[in-house]
Ligand binder design. Sequence first.
Ligand SMILES: [Fe+2]
Length: 474
Amino acid sequence: MHDKVLIVDDDPGIRSTISALINELGYGSETAADGMDAMGMLDSGPYLCVFTDIVMPNMSGLELIRKIKARDVSLPIIVITGYASVEIAIDAMKCGASDFISKPFKVRQIELLLNKVKREKSLLEENRRFSDALHLHRLIDNLVGQLEDKNEEIISLQAISEKIISLKGIRDLVGAIVDVSKQILEEAEVAFFPLSRKDNKLVDTLSGKEMPADAELLLGNIVRKHNSGSALLDKFETIFPLMIEGQVFGALHIVSSSKLGEEKEGKILYLLNRSAERMENVALYEGLYENMLSTLNSMAKILDARDPHTSQHSTRVTSLSMTMAQALGLAQEERDTLYIAASLHDIGKVGIPDDILLKPGRLTDEEYAVIRKHPDIGADILKPLPPMAKETEIIRHHHERYDGKGYPLGLKGEDIPYLSRIIALADSFDAMTSDRPYRAGMTAEEALLEITRCKGLQFDPVLAQIFIEKMSGS
Ligand SMILES: [Fe+2]
């Protein structure tokens, strides 16, 4: 059976154009005129992926993406945009879209997209077989699929997963709740069971056993039970809901030999409320971080797909930057920041039109002025992500020059963020040594001579000297 693709667009012309291109590639296609229709058709799947427009009557494309993802998180969705709008693409990706396609639709572009979808699908299936345990694993595995150079891949995954693991997470807080409760209650047995929202069961994370949660607990009320008769002793069970953002997150389960009483219940409630506040902050932060990572992942994808000549540029600049980080003995946190900033330093190029970005010959002054906007565009893309504040400024200033003649602000010397000065060196070195359609790249020696010449002009003289020594192996 051929893989088939679902195309959702209110414009019959676009539906038939994309459909014809997809059929030409040997895939089946079905079409829907709006989101309602599309949701109805999902049952007649499975589909390899869904192409959807964003602006449609009845149900917006973003809503459709959310609905599809709620139903089947693994179904890839590709957004059709009339023109390459970064905002729309990023919004859609935040909702779960995996890529986007803009007019004019080309068969080669669709072929690449479908190949990517298939590759990711098989990766995902493989991952499922190994472990379905943590969202984080999937996130990281998904990142694995994006990066081409295996070594680079390992460095980046480590940096990212270390950053997440080092966060003071919810698990630590749960442990603290249990410990403090034990201190308050002395001889009681205390355990915390997270609630599985899927089937409203409490999960014993030690044994893996699940038990249905009381209806009262699910309403956010304390449940008190008195078990007597069969056992040697009377047992009192008190189950407190832990509420986060108005939802039951789990239950603190206490078994004691006497009733807890008002005072002890009051203390436990206070503990739970304070912990919930703290967790709301952590959850917010973790949510943001997760969201940020998936957005980052999408962005790296957009950047790679865009320009075949520079698809490895970011990877090489990152690698050169990390070599500098090593030579300079940067702290881990700074290395992580540098890593992310270097990987995404040219992300703003997603906002540069194809005819300028992909132009094979030299650029006119006007075109060059457009290209020069990319550091600001990149910074604007990252600005809404609070944990990326440092990276945002580093990216904004990666084309500043030490003598103040760079852009966008013409910052000078030490006013340029330190990590931006490192990326500037790595970026220029890679640009000089790479082939372009209109010229061959310089040798490493020639490029290093050029960097020597530009010490204190384009580049930070101290950093440039270290870079030169590092690259020439002396
Ligand atoms: Fe750049």
